[in-house]
Design a protein around this ligand. Structure first.
Ligand SMILES: [Zn+2]
Length: 256
């Protein structure tokens, strides 16, 4: 079991509400692929090359400390039409921090992303998926919405493109018709090498690749130039989003 999943299943589920704590996408034929813990100077450019070759857009949950070291890669992520979300400054567990320390960590990270890319980050993913009602309150009060996931590719554990692909497809099919938010990690070269195996399989399912913000219904999908993904109408009210997310959480906790 991944460290991420262990923490999620052992932590208290916080009910999704209109402050925005999302673990699945809207609709039945969408996916948000998310890459955590970068940018990495070796593997992130390779992930970007693979996404570009297949006209797929994704979301990168970046660490402020690594954006500071690799600003041009962060800029490339935005320039190529992907979304950046904050994943903290250095992957610290927010449930161990004071409110002041969380606010400082969020602010430092937001600032370095802005300096590197010009992009004002609006979404956050808790390191280790570790959160409680207090950390959700603090992060929401700072103006962020929060993105979790419902499919863990286990890429960091398999380090094998075919195994990661098989496990991911199996989980996506098991969760259908819920549209997944998929967790991957762009700090492994094997994850970049998984893209040529996984993406064609996902394309066979006629899934639209959306960024996290589009996938949870908070902005209209914009197709990448030359993209084959269909435009879908995701405008839906918060009650519908909450119902879908709550349903997914119930399913997750029933089967975990
Ligand atoms: Zn992480």
């Amino acid at each position: 079991m991944s460290a991420h999943k262990a923490l999620i299943t052992s932590s208290t589920a916080y009910p999704p509400d209109d402050r925005g704590l999302f673990s699945v996408c809207l609709g039945s034929k969408n996916i948000a692929i998310t890459f955590d813990d970068g940018p990495n100077p070796t593997s992130t450019p390779k992930v970007l090359d693979e996404l570009k070759a297949r006209k797929v857009k994704a979301t990168f949950a970046v660490l402020g400390s690594l954006v500071q070291q690799n600003p041009s890669i962060a800029k490339r992520i935005i320039d190529e039409g992907h979304q950046i979300i904050s994943h903290s400054w250095s992957h610290i567990n927010y449930t161990t921090l004071s409110e002041a320390a969380i606010i400082d960590d969020l602010s430092k990270t937001r600032q370095v992303i802005k300096e590197a890319t010009g992009y004002e980050v609006k979404y956050f993913r808790f390191p280790y998926g570790a959160y409680n009602s207090s950390t959700v309150d603090i992060v929401a009060n700072q103006g962020y919405r929060m993105i979790l996931w419902n499919v863990d590719s286990m890429d960091w554990s398999y380090l094998n493109p075919q195994k990661t692909t098989n496990s991911t497809l199996q989980q996506i099919k098991a969760a259908a018709p819920i549209s997944p938010i998929l967790l991957m990690h762009d700090i492994h070269i094997e994850t970049a090498n998984t893209m040529p195996v996984l993406l064609p399989e996902l394309q066979k399912l006629s899934i639209s690749f959306l960024n996290a913000e589009e996938c949870v219904g908070l902005s209209e999908p914009k197709a990448q130039p030359g993209s084959q993904s269909e435009s879908v109408n995701l405008h839906a009210g918060i009650p519908l989003i909450s119902a879908i997310v709550f349903g997914a959480l119930i399913i997750r906790y029933m089967f975990n």
